[in-house]
Design a protein around this ligand. Structure first.
Ligand code: NAP
Length: 275
């Protein structure tokens, strides 16, 4: 698995696993944890979750998947903006640690910008870092101006929506993050509901050329940037296997031109797409 470097120099896999909607149904938790374990075996050892997902249920599924192999994993979780205060951050982190059944979160993100001053949230993150409860902190759904406001703070990643039908970040946010050495974590890399994106004639044409699926092409496309980490969510083991294999697909200039023709790159600043 190719790796991406965090600002501190630590390498993480370019492909991880999402968990949104996991933990929603108790009866599905074992299947979901098994899917994550399969993904871990295939090298997708970065796992993204959040206190928001299934009201903490997704973090519990991650704990099931991590049992006996926590050391292998890079666990990302997120704090709600309404918990992002001086006292709210440590309390939310403590709840997440308990559900995750671990003593530290590798990367803790502010899920999106809310009402608390960024300086207050960053201060709380830094305190958690000093206490060893988180190893790095970062943000999510931050546009370029938000990142600029964060300034030289030690942000380890920005997690944003990025797939072939939502590529506005290529105009300014992606180059800005690249220049600062801050990885971009592409969420919903299959466009969340998949149905429309995976019918794309451009993705299907490139997929036929490589003998792979359009989903794999969508993932390989995001990963063409050396500082992008992609976090597809898959509960179906066949999907997990496909996704892990997408990390080794090298798209050609002709492939990229085919995709550009069907999914236009941005020609001007676009406001950040959110899901
Ligand atoms: P996604 O990963 O783009 O798509 C997930 C859907 O794609 C599921 O229905 C999954 O089905 C299906 N799928 C997975 N692999 C496939 C394949 N190879 N072929 C066909 N279908 C496939 O959507 P997402 O869950 O919205 O995004 C991924 C992760 O990003 C989330 O789970 C979450 O961790 C994170 N996220 C973060 C934010 C944020 O605000 N920071 C927002 C959205 C998402 P099965 O499950 O049946 O396999």
């Amino acid at each position: 698995m190719r790796t991406v470097f965090l600002p501190g120099g630590e390498a993480v896999p370019c492909l991880g696993q999402g968990t949104w909607y996991m933990g929603d149904k108790r009866s599905a938790a074992k299947t979901e944890a098994d899917a994550l374990r399969l993904g871990i075996d295939l090298g997708m050892t970065l796992i993204d979750t959040a206190e928001m997902y299934a009201d903490g249920g997704a973090e519990e599924v991650v704990a099931m998947a991590a049992a006996g192999q926590r050391e292998k994993l890079f666990v990302v979780s997120k704090v709600y903006p309404h918990n992002a205060s001086r006292s709210g951050v440590p309390a939310a982190c403590a709840r997440s640690l308990k559900r995750l059944n671990t003593d530290r979160i590798d990367l803790y993100l502010l899920h999106w910008r809310g009402g608390y001053p960024l300086t207050e949230t960053v201060e709380a993150f830094e305190k958690l870092k000093t206490e060893g409860k988180i190893r790095y902190w970062g943000v999510s759904n931050f546009d370029t101006s938000d990142m600029q406001e964060l300034g030289g703070a030690a942000c380890a990643a920005n997690q944003v929506l990025y797939h072939p039908d939502s590529r506005g970040i290529e105009f300014d946010l992606l180059p800005w993050c690249e220049k600062q050495g801050i990885p971009v974590m592409a969420y919903s890399p299959l466009s969340h509901t998949t149905s429309r994106l995976l019918r794309s004639p451009a993705l299907n044409e490139v997929a036929r050329r490589h003998g792979v699926s359009p989903a794999q092409i969508a993932l390989a496309w995001g990963l063409r940037h050396p500082h992008v980490i992609s976090i597809p969510k898959a509960s179906n083991p066949a999907h997990v296997r496909e996704n892990a294999a997408a990390g080794s697909i090298a798209l050609t200039a002709v492939d990229l031109a085919t995709i550009d023709a069907g999914h236009k790159p941005p020609l001007r600043k676009m406001s950040l797409d959110l899901l």
